[in-house]
Design a protein around this ligand. Sequence first.
Ligand SMILES: NC(=O)c1ccc[n+]([C@@H]2O[C@H](COP(=O)([O-])OP(=O)(O)OC[C@H]3O[C@@H](n4cnc5c(N)ncnc54)[C@H](O)[C@@H]3O)[C@@H](O)[C@H]2O)c1
Length: 385
Amino acid sequence: MAPEKGVVRMGVIGVGGMGQGHCRTMQAVDEMKLTAVCDIDPATAEKVGADYGVRWFANHRDLIRSGLCDAVLVATPHPPRPPIAVDAMKAGLHVLAEKPLSERVSTADKMIAAARESKVAFAVDFQRRTEPAFKKAIELVRSGILGRIYRRTLISPEYRSQAYYDSGGWRATWTGEGGGVMMNQSPHILDLFILLGGMPSRVMGKTETRLHRIEVEDLAEATLTYPDGGTGYFYCSTCEAGPGQMIEIFGDKGKLCWRNGKLSLFRFDPPIAEFTRTSEKMWGGPKCEEVPVDIPDGPRGHINILRNFARNILCGEPLVSPGEEGIRSLELANAVWLSAFRGRPVDLPLNRRAYDRFLGRMRRESKFEKDPARIHRETDPHHLV
Ligand SMILES: NC(=O)c1ccc[n+]([C@@H]2O[C@H](COP(=O)([O-])OP(=O)(O)OC[C@H]3O[C@@H](n4cnc5c(N)ncnc54)[C@H](O)[C@@H]3O)[C@@H](O)[C@H]2O)c1
């Protein structure tokens, strides 16, 4: 049901670094009004409630029952997100979830099912989908300009310091976070990689804890096999600093390269398969020409996701980042972990029970302890309004 007066009354659940960033961003969205906040740490909830002059709660059920909100944004750590989202959906509230939807696919499935049953809007905060170069890349791939796709590659340095990991008791532990770089830093780029290249059908993964004093992976890589016979590779790491984030999609008719936000398109004439079959030349390959790509500017960042979520509720604007699409990057990350653990390839769709057993074992066997004195809630200064 659409809220009255053309404004969605929002509650933010989990008002640490990211939740507080969203409270600030919301002030600039005409279609939204912050009406309540919640955090299991009462002092944090009270302070943020006072900052914005709204009611605060230390339990999400009280916020949901308060009648103050039409929708909630869930910015807790990932593992408590699914039960909170499901409680809100069952009460008829729309849900915008932070990424990743959850730490494991079985509970993300429950969010998707609850949203369908309750007929509420459900979105995930993949704000990088709004970047103009990515929007253009998706348009180009969907136009078929690359022909049959042979290879997809993703390289993603996502550097984080030890101080970052120490800032949250939940961070980089099996219990608190359920994974490392694949769970927290790379969901955005994995999402874009999947939007461009599709989902693989088989994954052979490898994970390492190389540089940080953490329990989970700070480096992950995988070779990927696709249903169309194509191959892929992905690497992500919080050990590597500097530029170099890149996605490449190589097809029969061309190659698309996204590197640090810049997009290049190359076309083969004739296409590779045809040249290979018909050319009489011993050396060389098909002509390869760079084609200029026009990237129109446009709104980007969290504000765009928030506004779109509100407009979806108010007037049915299609969601930029539907909740059910949030499961794909999570499923790929879970598959890499399961494969790395078993030392053999894993097929997709992922066997939910097998992953739950694996995660349960990691949690039971965990002995990792954090220093509570270093816990710190701080919004990333790069948080774009
Ligand atoms: N979209 C993005 O670009 C982006 C960027 C940063 C973080 N995030 C996501 O946001 C989430 C939070 O990250 P953060 O950096 O803000 O962490 P944080 O530790 O700063 O904040 C999390 C807050 O949630 C509270 N909390 C924990 N369990 C709760 C519960 N059951 N009910 C209510 N509150 C609860 C904690 O007390 C804390 O204040 C993570 O899932 C992270 O992946 C997304």
